[in-house]
Design a protein. Structure first.
Length: 117
């Protein structure tokens, strides 16, 4: 049974930063690709970033490139999303996702990020 628990969200001002964490419970965390998606009120869930099992590099949506950084610590079964230079349009619920090679997806419950102008 895979469980993901996000934390680190909060209310910040534009230009501030936050670091989200996603703790994985289950077996073989290193075999999963891990990603972050977000959903703003009234909008569809959108892709933010992803990192493969090796953790060598991440892939990012254009609107966060240069501001966000995804990483993982396989020894701690944890993935992170460092969010810098936050903008009001980054306000959303952020969800952690773990995906197997067979494309089975697991999701966390989400953490709220609110950026005030």
């Amino acid at each position: 049974q895979v469980q993901l628990v996000e934390s680190g969200g909060g209310l910040v001002q534009a230009g501030d930063y936050l670091r989200l964490s996603c703790v994985f419970s289950g077996r073989n965390f290193k075999n999963y690709a891990v990603g972050w998606c977000r959903q703003a009120p009234g909008k569809e869930r959108e892709y933010v970033a992803r990192i493969l099992w090796s953790g060598d590099s991440g892939d990012y949506a254009d609107f966060v490139k240069g501001r966000f950084a995804i990483s993982r610590d396989n020894a701690k079964n944890t993935a992170y999303l460092q969010m810098n230079s936050l903008k009001p349009e980054d306000t959303a619920v952020y969800y952690c996702n773990a995906r197997t090679e067979a494309a089975n997806d697991y999701w966390g419950q989400g953490t709220q990020v609110t950026v005030s102008s």
